[in-house]
Design a protein around this ligand. Structure first.
Ligand code: HDE
Length: 708
């Protein structure tokens, strides 16, 4: 059957599509259906008959179409791709996909937000999940990480509390996909270990421009184990080739209304258009002997290892090159698990990781409904699976023979065990000699040094955004006691930050904290043990913590809004947009109406969006070519000025040509003549460079008078 293109007309579809013989509509039992619109009735106007098996089958299946959404990370988008290794790492690990350079390992990567429901908007302020399934020849390896290098809590025991506090409040089920509410800040302000990740959540990392522009981190320290049984600690980092970029909070709020699927659409369209997102995989490798070398504990998931102390070694690349065929079958049913590891990789005693090792199978049992979830195509390893597990809901494998036990002779001793040399998994032989205790290691007790390092490492514009995020979020909190506690805690991290937030809230920073912090960290915990110690300053700044650390001199896939009306100048339009198109920027023609728009040569051009159906916040840059008639028409459309003013306010690259100068004079652009990303009759190369820089954040402090 021929594929029908998106813009095909009904007549063309009818002409081109022939009906293949093998594609009759059938019931699930394979019976061909003759009428799919009418139920079986006792007479034309009579009651529906219970015997209508076709109706009952269709409705029954429909009634059960939904499965429980993920408790966390319910909202997600995913894609297929591959991982390619740059260098053999057998000195560190025996994992095949990290030692054999000739392999291309298939991957499936699911991005997600944490708090919102499956249908929540993409631009919620939230951490992004970054979960990668590697289909290696030795079995599945899942790296179930986030776009921040640290997590909110240190021990799995606190996870339900953290999530209950951030999810909508249980009496009113408000707010959806938002952390700005009382219960979350009640929890955070009493749980100082969460401050570091919380600070990342208040930074621009939590409102990415695109899922293709986020870093991915494994967060926990894992082990790499080589063929000789020697281990190294390792942290995983994915660095996006497009750089790390974000939108502003005001834009995020507007994008959620204009296109709640903004990230999902962006990922899908980039892959469909052949612009495959790519990340470099880097490792921080730490010798076992260095376990106690640092002023933080490698097992503490609220701490990062600054790249200045242990550089990230780039070892391969991950490319996403295929969209899923079916969202439910793949993106919804994919089941990640940090416990899915392969020989050559092992766990550490990070108490959060240890708890996760239990949780993920457990959750699949209620979400996917059966211990056979590994048989769903998206979850199947690429290498064969043989064992003596049998039966259970929805078993797909048809096992042959009469032995389902080991050892056996009747089945020829199969399936048999693999020796280590044959690739059999053996756990790293870690020495254990300890008392059984329910407590937190004192080496986890410094909760303030790294949030302070993070804040210090940000650029001024990032610091401003972060302070504004605190003002917004705490401004939504109803309890002064909670706001006061947060201010006191922020003051321990950075005085300048705390003061900015206090000013925004119209409050004073309390001199003392009004409640014991960490009041209930553990059954035996002496609250004093975990009180904030002195902020340690083992590193003044870590450049890698700023979003600006990754170079990204490209405009590929950047969305350029071009505002035009009948009579626009074709010459100027071509001069500016041809070079951008060559570098794979996406040019959208936005006109006062849909259909076609005529340029000054009389040629017709298809309109990408009528201005009423789109918003400036969905684009990265704005261009308005001249042409007397076109500019006269644009001046009559109020929304044109909304486009210009918002683009100025959100620090985007803007280019005007010819008569479009008149629009500068009537908009806030007039206050920014000389701005390095606003051009009048400029050249395409300068415009291109400004787009590649993403935003001109230097403009931001001067934009406060522009209405949001
Ligand atoms: Fe998860 N987490 N998590 N988590 N997590 C889930 O598993 C859980 C944690 C992360 O795209 C659930 O299949 C516990 C850290 C991602 O399908 C659930 C604890 C990190 C995803 C679960 C943590 C993550 C999940 C929900 C504390 C970053 C989405 C559905 C011990 C390193 C994966 C599911 C996808 C999903 C439990 C902590 C990342 C309920 C108990 C730390 C990216 O099992």
């Amino acid at each position: 059957m021929k594929k029908v293109t998106k813009n095909a007309k009904i007549e063309d579809i009818e002409k081109n599509v022939s009906l293949p013989d093998d594609q009759f509509l059938t019931t699930n039992q394979g019976v061909k259906i003759n009428d799919d619109a009418n139920s079986l009735k006792a007479g034309e106007r009579g009651a529906t008959l219970l015997e209508d098996f076709i109706l009952r089958e269709k409705i029954t299946h429909f009634d059960h179409e939904r499965i429980p959404e993920r408790i966390v990370h319910a909202r997600g988008s995913a894609a297929h791709g591959y991982f390619e290794l740059f260098e053999d790492l057998s000195a560190y690990t025996k994992a095949g996909f990290l030692t054999d350079k000739s392999r291309e390992t298939p991957v499936f990567l699911r991005f997600s937000t944490v708090a919102g429901s499956k249908g929540s908007p993409d631009l919620a302020r939230d951490i992004r999940g970054f979960a990668v399934k590697f289909y290696t020849e030795e079995g599945i390896f899942d790296l179930v990480g986030n776009n921040t290098p640290v997590f909110f809590i240190q021990d799995a025991m606190k996870f339900p509390d953290l999530i209950h506090s951030v999810k909508p409040e249980p009496d009113r089920e408000i707010p959806q996909a938002a952390s700005a509410h009382d219960t979350f800040y009640d929890f955070v302000s009493l749980t100082t270990e969460s401050l570091h990740n919380h600070m990342w959540a208040m930074s621009d990392r939590a409102i990415p421009r695109s899922l293709r522009m986020v870093e991915g981190f494994g967060i926990h320290t894992f082990l790499l184990v080589n063929a000789k049984g020697k281990s190294h600690f390792v942290k995983f980092h994915f660095k996006p080739k497009l750089g790390v970029h974000s939108v502003t909070w005001e834009e995020a709020v507007k994008i959620n209304g204009a296109d709640a699927d903004f990230h999902r659409r962006d990922l899908w369209e980039a892959i469909e258009s052949g612009n495959f997102p790519e990340w470099e995989l880097g490792l921080q490798i730490i010798p076992e002997e260095d376990e106690f070398k640092y002023e933080f504990d490698l097992l503490d998931p609220t701490k990062l290892v600054p790249e200045e102390l242990v550089p990230v070694k780039i070892i391969g690349k991950l490319v996403l090159n295929r969209n899923p065929d079916n969202f439910f079958s793949e993106t919804e049913q994919v089941a990640f698990h940090p416990g899915h590891i392969v020989p050559g990789i092992d766990f550490t005693n990070d108490p959060l990781l240890q708890g996760r090792l239990f949780s993920y199978t457990d959750t699949q049992l209620s979400r996917l409904g059966s211990p056979n979830f590994h048989e769903i195509p998206i979850n199947r390893p690429v290498n064969p699976v043989h064992n003596n597990q049998r039966d259970a809901h929805m078993r797909m494998t048809v096992n042959r023979g009469n032995t389902a036990y080991f050892p056996n002779t009747i089945g020829g001793g199969c399936p048999h065990l693999a020796k280590m040399a044959e690739g059999g998994f053996t756990s790293y032989e870690e020495r254990i000699d300890a008392k059984k205790v329910r407590e937190r290691s004192t080496s986890f007790s410094d909760h303030f040094s790294q949030p302070a390092l993070f804040y210090r490492s940000l650029k001024d514009w990032e610091k401003n955004h972060l302070a504004n995020a605190y003002i917004f979020e705490l401004g939504k909190v109803n309890y002064d006691s909670i706001k006061g506690r947060m201010l006191w805690l922020l003051n321990q991290i950075d005085k300048e930050l705390a003061q900015k937030v206090a000013t925004g809230l119209g409050m004073a920073i309390p001199a003392t904290i009004d409640k014991p912090i960490n009041q209930n960290i553990g059954a035996d915990a002496d609250p004093k043990r975990l009180e904030p110690g002195k902020v340690k300053n083992y590193l003044d700044k870590s450049d890698a913590l700023s979003q600006e650390h990754l170079p990204s001199d490209t405009i590929a896939t950047r969305q350029i809004a071009v505002l035009v009306a009948d009579g626009f100048s074709m010459k100027q339009f071509k001069k500016m947009t041809d070079p951008l198109k060559k570098e794979k920027a996406v040019i959208a023609l936005i006109a006062p109406h849909g259909g076609k728009v005529k340029c000054d040569t009389g040629m017709e051009h298809p309109v990408t969006h009528a201005i009423a159906t789109t918003e400036s916040v969905l684009f990265d840059a704005l261009y308005i070519p001249g042409g007397r008639k076109g500019i006269d028409a644009l001046q009559k459309v109020g929304k044109v000025f909304k486009f210009i003013n918002e683009s100025v306010k959100y620090c985007k690259a803007i280019a005007f040509d010819g008569e479009a100068k008149e629009l500068i004079d009537k908009s806030y652009a007039k206050d920014f003549v000389g701005d390095k990303a606003i051009f009048l009759n400029g050249n395409a190369q300068d415009f291109r460079n400004a787009i590649a820089r993403h935003r001109n954040w230097e403009r931001e402090p001067m934009t406060e008078h522009i209405p949001a």
